[in-house]
Ligand binder design. Structure first.
Ligand code: 3PG
Length: 213
């Protein structure tokens, strides 16, 4: 799948909800309840970060969940792309972009949301054919002001900013023409997952789903 098609698919996913919850799941057994709470709250696109032993089993558990689109996040290598795809992920997210990851995503037919932090990184991704990128780490590198500035010379690129996004600052991003959605971990913190507080997570998802409207 060429990068252009991958980015087109990522744009479709981003159009489904203004926020992609970034999930660190440490107990795959809770994944179905977590997924149901997020989908019920109006957030169907879920990024499960490959940062825990439970991540791949969690992706597997979530991949059959009705109404959910589950991706593998924190993809750092070609192997991560393959493992995510095998587990049932339908997209992949990386904090950056390497040749190996780009090749693996193309070979696996897995839509990739590659990360960029500078104009040069965004231009390199664009040269490869990607026009929908993750801006990471968004708040630390300039936030909404940076995205507004990048829109001038690079109007064909859109971004999903991630890293430091909150319910308070998300509207500033979502008001920009080059930001169809944002990503963030605030919706399903690990403490709430451990406490199995699905109503609290669903309530946060519901509030997030209304952002930018
Ligand atoms: C990530 O990919 O880790 C995201 O940037 C999560 O960032 P956050 O925890 O600040 O939302």
């Amino acid at each position: 799948m060429p990068p252009e098609t991958q980015s087109a698919r990522m744009r479709q996913l981003c159009a489904l909800a203004p926020v992609i919850p970034v999930l660190v799941i440490t107990d795959a057994g809770t994944a179905p309840d977590l997924g149901r709470a997020l989908v019920a709250g109006g957030l169907p696109v879920l990024e499960v970060t490959l940062r825990s032993d439970a991540a791949l089993p969690a992706i597997r558990a979530l991949s059959g969940l009705k109404g959910a689109h589950v991706g593998a996040g924190t993809v750092l290598s070609a192997d991560d792309v393959a493992r995510g795809k095998d587990a049932g992920a339908t997209f992949a997210v990386s904090p950056g972009l390497t040749d190996a990851i780009a090749r693996a995503a193309e070979d696996a037919g897995l839509p990739l949301l590659p990360g960029a932090a500078t104009a040069s990184e965004a231009m390199r991704a664009r040269d490869l054919g990607y026009d929908m990128l993750k801006l990471f780490p968004a708040e630390a590198i300039g936030g909404a002001a940076l995205l507004k500035a990048l829109h001038g010379p690079l109007p064909q690129l859109s971004f999903c900013p991630t890293g430091g996004i909150t319910v308070e600052n998300a509207p500033r991003y979502l008001a920009l023409p080059n930001v169809p959605c944002v990503g963030g971990s605030w919706i399903a913190p690990e403490a709430d997952q451990r406490a199995r507080d699905w109503p609290a997570i669903e309530a946060r998802a519901r509030a997030a789903a209304k952002l930018g409207q």
